[in-house]
Design a protein around this ligand. Structure first.
Ligand SMILES: C[S@@+](CC[C@H](N)C(=O)[O-])C[C@H]1O[C@@H](n2cnc3c(N)ncnc32)[C@H](O)[C@@H]1O
Length: 349
């Protein structure tokens, strides 16, 4: 009867119509149980907590021309939205390999796909960086189709404990694999002003790179340890108060977004991984093999474009997309996160 003395603790519930805190979104985090809520959030053009809406699915599937019996690779499994569509095309014949570096989300996605009827007989998921694509080739033949949907997933961005966004306070971490490397807070402490400025410029074209980098160094010299997302946002915001009031709020938000992006790219060594992946990619593709890549900022797209053009010149690719392919206006309307997407493709000779 001990329990009778314990005060009754209410489950955390939605506060009002749209909860703000990630953990309170328990309905969105349970799509099996609360399908209606999830559908309603998607209808509003938002991504439900704990989910990722796949982008340009039709364009990708139309291009890849998957035939049952083929072997393919999804280099960026994420929530598995694209993986699922590619698996359906295989009609239970052939095999799909799917990689990710996120040890938190990968097992959840694997379990979800297994529940949908796609077990190990058709799908192999591996916690491998796509820059090590050659390691996967030790287990299988060359791929007939490859997809890479670069960047981060909505699950990573939305979870405040992972520190990808300043929308909610959380530890300034930003690692896709929190078991590898150093958190962004440590990285910030180690970089000099010049290095910080270079990082903000190169990884995000930040126009206020010099001012922001100087503010971060000044904060450090004043004994402020920037170890949370909101602390970094505050340092940036305080440094940019000189911006004209008419555009101040909007410009500061953009600078914060770009600074977080720059730091994320740096901490995860994203451009190095993409470069290595693109170098090895043609040798991982079978003759006639098709690859589609979705990128989300100019640094990524530049690397894809350069590599595709180079291998086309060398006769290793027989055809590449002549220009960037964008999602339709309708897709951008129903999925905010699609807006910055650029797709390119290549076909191996
Ligand atoms: C935009 S999401 C992919 C979403 C996925 N297409 C879907 O439909 O759910 C990008 C994913 O790629 C993973 N990722 C990023 N860099 C990676 C790398 N170098 N190697 C493997 N996975 C990576 C991230 O952890 C994230 O889960």
């Amino acid at each position: 009867m001990e329990n009778q003395d314990k005060p009754y603790k209410r489950r955390v519930r939605y506060k009002g119509k749209y909860p703000k805190a990630y953990k309170e979104k328990y309905k969105e985090l349970n799509p099996d149980k609360y399908g209606d809520t999830v559908a309603h959030v998607i209808d509003k053009g938002s991504t439900p907590a704990g989910m990722h809406i796949p982008i340009m699915v039709k364009e990708i599937i139309d291009f890849l021309k998957i035939v049952p019996g083929q072997t393919g690779l999804d280099a960026t499994l994420g929530y598995g939205g694209h993986t699922l569509e590619m698996l359906k095309c295989l009609e239970k014949k052939g095999h799909l390999y799917a990689l990710d570096i996120d040890p938190i989300e990968l097992p959840k996605t694997k379990a979800r796909l297994e529940k949908e009827g796609f077990g190990e007989e058709i799908l192999t998921t591996e916690l491998i960086n796509f820059s090590d694509i050659d390691m996967v080739l030790e287990e299988t033949e060359q791929f007939n189709f490859v997809l890479a949907d670069l960047g981060v997933s909505s699950m990573q961005i939305d979870n405040p404990e992972r520190g990808f966004s300043f929308k909610n306070d959380g530890p300034l971490d930003l690692r896709m694999n929190p078991e590898i490397g150093i958190p962004a807070s440590t990285r910030l402490r180690r970089l000099s002003q010049i290095e910080l400025e270079g990082m903000l410029t190169e990884n995000a074209d930040e126009p206020y790179a010099e001012i922001i980098s100087k503010a971060i160094i000044a904060a450090k010299e004043n004994g402020i340890y920037i170890d949370t997302t909101v602390k970094l946002q505050t340092v940036i915001s305080d440094a940019l108060q000189f911006i004209h009031v008419n555009s101040r709020e909007r410009d500061i938000k953009k600078s914060c977004q770009r600074s977080f992006q720059a730091l994320r790219i740096d901490v995860n060594r994203e451009l190095e991984s993409i470069y290595n992946f693109l170098e090895k990619l043609p040798f991982a593709l079978a003759s006639g093999g098709r690859v589609a890549i979705l990128s989300f900022h100019s640094g990524e797209d530049r690397l894809v474009k350069k590599s595709f053009k180079r291998y086309l010149r060398e006769g290793i690719y027989k055809e590449i997309s002549s220009e960037i392919i964008r999602p339709t206006d309708e897709e951008c309307r129903i999925n905010n996160r699609a807006k910055s997407t650029k797709m390119r493709w290549a076909i191996k000779a």
